[in-house]
Write a protein that binds this ligand. Sequence first.
Ligand SMILES: Nc1ncnc2c1ncn2[C@@H]1O[C@H](COP(=O)(O)OP(=O)(O)O)[C@@H](O)[C@H]1O
Ligand SMILES: [Mg+2]
Length: 377
Amino acid sequence: MHVIRLATQNFRNLEDGELFPCKGVNVIYGGNAQGKTNLLESLWLFTGGHSFRGAKDAELPKLDVQKGTNTSKASLALDFHSEERDQSAVLNFENGRRNSVINGVKKKTGSALIGKVCAVIFSPEHLLLIKEGPARRRGFLDGALCQMKPGYAGLLSVYNRSLLQRNALLKDISRYPELEDTLSVWDLRLAKLGAEVMRERGKYLERLAPKVHGVYAGISKNHEEIQISYSPSVKNYVENLSLPDAEQAFLEELARTRNTDLRSGFTNSGPHRDDFEIMLDGFSARVYGSQGQQRSTVLALKLAEAELLSDFTGETPIVLLDDVMSELDQSRQDYLMNHLHGRQVFLTCCSPETVELLKTGMRFRVEAGKVFPENME
Ligand SMILES: Nc1ncnc2c1ncn2[C@@H]1O[C@H](COP(=O)(O)OP(=O)(O)O)[C@@H](O)[C@H]1O
Ligand SMILES: [Mg+2]
């Protein structure tokens, strides 16, 4: 898919106006605090998701400096090409609530837009995906699977509910030991649901791995090799285990850790403790990777996620890259500017030298909320 036109009204610091991006790479540049990220955010909101900066909807309409509050309404409009036709969407933010209009049809919610516009976003916060503990990486996996597999979100929430119930029982047993007899019922239930979660995550990573490998080879110009692999909390779970065998593996693990679980009042093993490993030339990217390598790694994960999603849906998501350029050397910057073919990219940066790297595409200068398209010559 690609965006044909974006119009903003009363949105953050952006001056009301419209923008006509190209189908390839669009570079948005300017000094700090001019409105570059706000522009990417306005595009992202059409995915139906929350702001990637964790902002509340009520904060999006332009601040009224005199009153010291946000104005009551902001409005965004998008013309885009998807599913082999031109489409349009409007997204209104009014008094902290959203509503939308899709191809002329009014919808009461903003979430009606989900699935219409697809995008992947990289912003500096996403570096935590590699820098922090496993919860972020599980979040990445689950987010991707929820977009690709309609039933996955439901499966995950039932698993999490069962986990909470098992944990509550573990705590109760310390006061009422006779309850231990009922624990095996919860073990069976958790193992059944957990086996499905593990298999979905394992299969997803197996499909993602060659794509990550390919993108990273491009970014590093074949100088470094990346490997990702599933690192399930259930130790005897191995790749391609059948559902009954995966269930059995989880059950055995629950039996093995039962005493520890009873002491801690918590389930110590299972998909809620999963992780995946990211290695660069055989070493952990999290522990040993340089800033530039870690950035390249997260980019490779995000771009690979987009590739897999487009294999699956037939639509290529738009790629939003906020402030990725710093800490990348010129050859890696060149890759992002000139080698991401076949998809629409919006990329922000500060330095005018970086902008010069763009060979074909469009550039937009942002100054105090005003967006100026520039000639490439
Ligand atoms: N609701 C709002 N109304 C007016 N200005 C806002 C609003 N929200 C954020 N801003 C301002 O927008 C400016 C630009 O933000 P941003 O897009 O993050 O800059 P950058 O160009 O560095 O990415 C900031 O100075 C911020 O104070
Ligand atoms: Mg910014």
